[in-house]
Design a protein around this ligand. Structure first.
Ligand SMILES: [Zn+2]
Length: 78
């Protein structure tokens, strides 16, 4: 696949590393390469700490998803 973020020809990230609901996960697997996903994982930790996000809070999960899409330059919703 060609990564939508960096434009490189590369493999998608490992499926189990993407902790988003199925439709979001599928979009990421189709558009984002493993390298870009790794970059996001680094940023994700900072976002979670900075905003004290909890995976148990649906609103927080939504915020995290939005931050992820912003970072990966994916359109908000298909
Ligand atoms: Zn990429």
């Amino acid at each position: 696949m060609t990564c939508m973020r960096c434009g490189r020809e590369a493999d998608p990230p490992p499926r189990h590393r993407i902790g988003f609901p199925a439709p979001v996960k599928e979009r990421i697997l189709q558009s984002i390469c493993a390298e870009c996903w790794k970059e996001w994982e680094g940023v994700e930790v900072k976002v979670i700490n900075e905003y004290r996000l909890s995976f148990l809070d649906p609103q927080h999960r939504e915020m995290l998803q939005k931050a992820c899409f912003d970072f990966l330059k994916l359109p908000e919703q298909a």
